[in-house]
Every structure is written in C-alpha cells, then in structure tokens.
Design a protein around this ligand. Sequence first.
Ligand SMILES: [Zn+2]
Length: 141
Amino acid sequence: MGSRIKEFIDNTKLFGEVITLLPVSFMNYGAHILAKAFSEKVRYGKNLEKILEKESSKLGLDEKNVHVKFGPTFLDTAEVEKIPNGNYEILLSENYQDAFTLRHELYHIYKKHFEDKSPSVTRLFLRESQSTLYGLFRIKI
Ligand SMILES: [Zn+2]
C-alpha cells in the first residue's frame, strides 16, 4: 500500500475515533447529570452494603466478589477492574458515588467488558452505551 494511502487511512481512523469518543463522553456526562438528580447516594457502611447486595443480585453477581472503594480515579469518574481470585474492584470518585454509577460499573462486570484490554472505539462506544442504559433504566442489551 502506498504510504500516502496508508497515511490517509490512519488519519481517517483517528478522526473516526475522535468523533466516536465525543458522543460517548457526552452521553455518559449527560446521563450522569440526569442520574444524579434521582439516583441514591452511596455511602460507606450499611448503605453501600445494601445497595451493592441489591444491585449485584439483580445481575446474578455475588456481592462478596465485588469490592467498592471510594477515591480519585484517572478521569475523576469511576473505574472497574478484575483483581485476583475472581474478584472485582470498583473505584468511585467523589462525584460518582451513587447507585447509577454503581449499576453502570456492575454491568461492565456482568458483560465482562473491561477484560478486553484494547477494545476498538466501536466496542468502547457500545459497552459504555450498554452500561449507561442499564445504569439508568436497568435495560439489558
Ligand atoms: Zn463505563
């Protein structure tokens, strides 16, 4: 393939990624503003245990395998990762300690989204949309 053509394809791909990621960020940000208005706040202790148990069981997950921590994340939102022995860790930053975000992250676990280390932008778009839809309305797609 000619280098001009390759360069053109690379640039087009990058442009495609940027215009795909923008609505994802926009959608998640918008959904979060919407969710914050009616979503239950998650607090350490009994409240967290109760919400985690309820939301995990709705997805058939064992809440004993899900460890929720509060603290800053890379983008100051929320993160989930697989940790040893079949456990998962969800990290919620200060502005994302609510039931909507917890549901969103649990749905990533349920769908095993984050196990894909370098997903395509299309997959990233799909999995964020799926988790946001579940977080807001409990719709499983
Ligand atoms: Zn997400």
